[in-house]
Design a protein around this ligand. Structure first.
Ligand code: ATP
Ligand code: MG
Length: 424
C-alpha cells in the first residue's frame, strides 16, 4: 500500500469524524475552503485539516487523537505476510477493516487491524488472541467466520470471512424502518447464530445493527463474534461517546452495571434492542449523551414498539418486550425459545413463550401487591429498582376480573335464596 500523503489522511480523518457524528459535513467543508483559500495568512493553507477543525472549535484535539489511529493505515508494502491488502471497507470505534486477498488460497478475506493504542494493553492483547482462536472453531452459516489472528510489525490483526454486502445499520440509515416480515427473517437467522454460539459457550456482548451483515442473497451474518469480549463493556461503550449510533443503544443493564457473570441473556437484550430499532426506525432509549442512554436502560420504561409503529403485530411487540426485560430472569431462557416465538409470529400465530413470561411477570407483581408493596402505575412493574414494561391487558381478558364477577353473582344468588326461604 502506498504511503499516504497528508491530504489523503486529512480526507479519511474528515470522513471518519463526520461518520462518527463528531463533525458535520458543512463544518468540514468550511474548514476545507479555508485551507484552499489560505486567506490572508499564508500559514493557513499549510495547516492540516485536523488542525483547522480544532482551531475553529469544530472538534477537540482529544477527539482527533482518538480517531486518527483508525485512519492511519499501516505503512510500507505488504504489511501482513500472506495477505495483499486491497482497500478499506470501513472503520468502527475500535479498529479499521480492510478487504484483502489471502495469497495461499487466492480468496478474498476481511482483515480487522487494531490501532496501535490497543497493542499497549497486554490484557487486551491476551483476550483478543484467546477469543479469536476460540471463535475460529465456530462454524455456522449465520456467523461471519473467524479465520486467523496474528501480529505483523506493530499491528495486531483479525482475519475473517469477507462478506460482500451491507449492514443492517446501513439499511436503517438509507431506508428507515424494516417491515415486520423482513426484520423477522433477519432476526430469526441471528437468533439461530446466537443459539449455536451459546451452545459453544460464547457470549457476543455487542449485538447491534452494525454487527449484522446482509448478503445480496438475503443471508444475515453476525460479525465480530469473539472480538467484542476482548474489551470490557464499559470501555466499548465509552469508546462510542459522540457517535450517532453505537453500543450504548443496545447494551444490557447487567453489562452497564459491570456485573461479572454476564451471560447469553445480555445477547438476548441486544438482539431485542436491535429488533426494536429495525421495526420502529428508532433506538429504544435515546438521550443527549451515552451515560444518559445507559441510565435509561437501567431505569426508564420502554415505549412499546407499537406506540411508534402502529402497524406492528402485538405478538412482535411482546417478543421485543420480553427480550428487553430489565431483569434478565424475565427474558427468554434460551435462544431456541426466542426462535420458536419469532417463527410463530412470522406464521401469524401468537408467541407462546413470551405469553408465558408475561403471565409469570404478572404473577410476580400480583404477589408483590399481596405483600403490601406498591405496584407501578400505568402497566409498569417495579422489581428491585428496575422497571419492566407489562403490556396493557384489557380488563375482560384478566382472570381476576372473571373470578370477581363469579363471586359477586354467587353472593347475589345466595342472598336471594335466603330471602325466598325467609319469606316462606
Ligand atoms: N467480514 C466483513 N466483511 C465485509 N465487511 C466488513 C466485515 N466486517 C466489517 N466490515 C465492514 O467494516 C465496517 C467496520 O467494522 P467494525 O467492526 O470495525 O465497526 P462497526 O461494527 O461498524 O462499529 P463499532 O466499532 O461500533 O463496533 C463495518 O461497518 C462493515 O461495513
Ligand atoms: Mg463490527
Amino acid at each position: 500500500m502506498a504511503e499516504m500523503t497528508q491530504s489523503n489522511t486529512d480526507a479519511l480523518l474528515a470522513k471518519a469524524l463526520v461518520d462518527q457524528g463528531l463533525a458535520t459535513a458543512a463544518d468540514v467543508e468550511q474548514c476545507q475552503a479555508l485551507q484552499r483559500e489560505g486567506g490572508d495568512a499564508d500559514d493557513i493553507s499549510q495547516q492540516s485539516l485536523a488542525a483547522l477543525l480544532v482551531a475553529n472549535g469544530v472538534v477537540t484535539q482529544r477527539q482527533v487523537d482518538r480517531i486518527r489511529p483508525l485512519v492511519e493505515e499501516p505503512k510500507g508494502g505488504q504489511q501482513i505476510p500472506g495477505y495483499q491488502i486491497l482497500d478499506r471497507l470501513g472503520a468502527g470505534a475500535m479498529a479499521t477493516v480492510y478487504r484483502a486477498r489471502q495469497l495461499s488460497l487466492d480468496r478474498l478475506v476481511a482483515i480487522k487491524i487494531l490501532p496501535r493504542k490497543q497493542t499497549n494493553n497486554p490484557q487486551f492483547v491476551e483476550r483478543f488472541y484467546a477469543e479469536g482462536k476460540a471463535a475460529a472453531k465456530l462454524n455456522h452459516p449465520n456467523i461471519v467466520g473467524a479465520l486467523d489472528v496474528g501480529k505483523a510489525g506493530e499491528f495486531h490483526y483479525f482475519v475473517m470471512e469477507y462478506v460482500e454486502g451491507w449492514t443492517v445499520y446501513d439499511d436503517i440509515v438509507k431506508k428507515g424502518a424494516y417491515s415486520e416480515a423482513d426484520a423477522l427473517r433477519i432476526i430469526m437467522q441471528i437468533s439461530n447464530a446466537l443459539d449455536h454460539a451459546q451452545k459453544a459457550g460464547f457470549i457476543h456482548r455487542d449485538v447491534k445493527p452494525k454487527n449484522i451483515m446482509i448478503t445480496s442473497q438475503g443471508v444475515a451474518k453476525l460479525a465480530d463474534m469473539g472480538l467484542a469480549r476482548a474489551v470490557s463493556d464499559r470501555e466499548a461503550a465509552e469508546a462510542e461517546a459522540g457517535k450517532a449510533y453505537g453500543t450504548p443503544y443496545y447494551i444490557s443493564p447487567e453489562q452497564i452495571r459491570g456485573e461479572k457473570d454476564v451471560d447469553f441473556r445480555a445477547d438476548i437484550y441486544g438482539l431485542g434492542a436491535t429488533l426494536y430499532h429495525m421495526v420502529t426506525g428508532q433506538v429504544p432509549f435515546d438521550a443527549p449523551n451515552p451515560s444518559a442512554v445507559m441510565h435509561k436502560h437501567l431505569k426508564a420504561p420502554l415505549v412499546p414498539p407499537d406506540h411508534i409503529n402502529s402497524r406492528l403485530s402485538s405478538g412482535l411487540c411482546e417478543i421485543i418486550e420480553v427480550c428487553m426485560a430489565k431483569n434478565r430472569d424475565e427474558r427468554y431462557n434460551t435462544f431456541a425459545e426466542l426462535t420458536q416465538d419469532l417463527e410463530a409470529v412470522a406464521r401469524g400465530e401468537p408467541p407462546l413463550q413470551a405469553r408465558r413470561k408475561f403471565d409469570l411477570a404478572s404473577l410476580a407483581s400480583l404477589e408483590k401487591s399481596v405483600d403490601g408493596q406498591a405496584i407501578g402505575h400505568g402497566g409498569e412493574n417495579q422489581a428491585g429498582g428496575v422497571t419492566t414494561v407489562i403490556r396493557d391487558v384489557p380488563i375482560v381478558e384478566q382472570p381476576m376480573f372473571w373470578l370477581a364477577l363469579a363471586g359477586w353473582a354467587l353472593s347475589i344468588v345466595l342472598v336471594v335464596l335466603v330471602i325466598v326461604l325467609a319469606v316462606r
